[in-house]
Design a protein around this ligand. Structure first.
Ligand SMILES: [Zn+2]
Length: 95
C-alpha cells in the first residue's frame, strides 16, 4: 500500500516581494528586466491611448534602481528621460 493519494495542499504562490516601494510609493520591480517589460507595456498602452484620442498620464521612459534600503534594491520607472540638473532646464517648478 502506498500513500500516493496524499492530498497536496500548497499555496499557489507566496509573494514575498514588495509590490510598492515603501519610500517612494512607486510600483516596485524586483529586477531590471521586469521593469523594462513594464516600460514596454506602458509605452504600448500610451501609443494605443493616443490612437484612441485618450489622454494618458503614463510617461515612463526610464528604469532606475531605488537607493532606499527599505526598497531592497527594487527598480522603478521614471518619467524623466535623463538626469535633470538642480534648478535646471526641463521641469518648471511652481514657487
Ligand atoms: Zn524604492
Amino acid at each position: 500500500m502506498s500513500t500516493s493519494s496524499w492530498p497536496r495542499r500548497r499555496p499557489r504562490h507566496s509573494r514575498r516581494s514588495l509590490a510598492v516601494c515603501p519610500v517612494t510609493g512607486k510600483v516596485r520591480f524586483r529586477d531590471r528586466n521586469t521593469a523594462k517589460q513594464a516600460l514596454k507595456l506602458a509605452a504600448f498602452a500610451r501609443s494605443r491611448a493616443e490612437i484612441d484620442g485618450l489622454a494618458t498620464r503614463r510617461r515612463e521612459v526610464r528604469v532606475y534602481q531605488c537607493l532606499e534600503e527599505a526598497c531592497h534594491k527594487g527598480f522603478h520607472l521614471s518619467s524623466q528621460p535623463g538626469y535633470t540638473p538642480p534648478g535646471g532646464a526641463g521641469m518648471a517648478v511652481a514657487a
